[in-house]
Design a protein around this ligand. Sequence first.
Ligand SMILES: [Cu+2]
Length: 426
Amino acid sequence: MQDRPDMQPPLAPPNGRPYNPVVTLNGWTLPWRISNGWKEFHLVAEPVRRQLAPGMTAHLWGYNGQSPGPTIECVEGDKVRIFVTNKLPEHTTIHWHGILLPNGMDGVGGLTQPQIPVGKTFVYEFEMKKSGTFMYHPHADEMVQMAMGMHGFIVVHPKNLGFMRVDRDFVFLINAFDIDPGSYTPKVNTMTDFNLWCWNTRVFPGIDPLVVRKGDRVRVRMGNLTMTNHPIHLHGYEFEVTGTDGGWVPKSARWPEVTVDMAIGQMRAIEFTANEAGDWAFHCHKSHHTMNPMGHNVPTMIGVDHRGVAEKIIRLVPDYMVMGERGMADMGEMEMPIPDNTLPMMTGAGPFGPLEMGGMFTVVKVREGQARNDYKDPGWYPHPAGTIAYELKGESPPAARKKPVSTTATEPVLRVKKPVGNAGRH
Ligand SMILES: [Cu+2]
């Protein structure tokens, strides 16, 4: 069981076949026991409390005390036996997303097995036939149970320790919730308009940084269990997609990317060599996914002079909020009154000021001299002198302009005749 959202150090396998463990952002790996050649895990489906970021806790459903559930790690060829105990108020099942297994172990309630009744334990047994990146989630009252936070990661390591070896191997699930500011329980009937865009049921500034030693080969495995796609973008590097839902991508089939679009239900593994030190932003490129709960229905006020109006409205509606007439950047630094148990829309502080982010945003921290297997946050990047964008002092140099193309200095090559009465469309 786990009741804290802190990242636990990688779990070095105490028995069974050796492998290089992964690190789950704000999460942990489920311990197992070995019994007559079977690797036995125990998942308990139950109501949980999860801190999304300091200042906001959600009442969710999950596994073993947390949402998402613990990461299951095993090795290609392992025979696994997974006990699933149902402590929810309704029936459930678990589907092993992406894993090749006997049909009756696939976990689809009503189709391949009876639902697991409240209070009962079911046993799943199958062999992990191939290495890769997988997920688990209920296939019973699925819309409700997924919207409540029930999912987890499965990593099957290759038998051959040298195959696809990396120095750091991070995993996280992409998930989303709709929780009204001031409340605790997700609205489970929401279809697409969620307001908390999470990695492992955490939002910025609650998401762990990915701490990396300079020169490391780095893999990041992601799985998307939200109801929309997420273009995940890494600054400062190009990476390759080395793994998909179906398995490892052969070298000859990879191409360089800086953004990978994570479709719904997909898993991706990306890899890069961390040869450039710094604090590199890593985030979903949908800008409303790097924000925390906000009023979607607030009109744009850019350019509107509403001085004096706000005070009059506040006399009638005490919690009326004026949205930026110069943009919304003010929100990042404004101390706005918000209800208990929610998060500012744009928040977080960096070494140079407010970060104005939320949701699916964190930082890949690449540092020279970070010890192997050390995942502790090294703090902000100390930029070498002369490598930070700087303010121009004095006059800016004259703008460079294209020279007119002409045969003589006075006569233009082309005359443009504008249609009359069509102003603005030329
Ligand atoms: Cu997104």
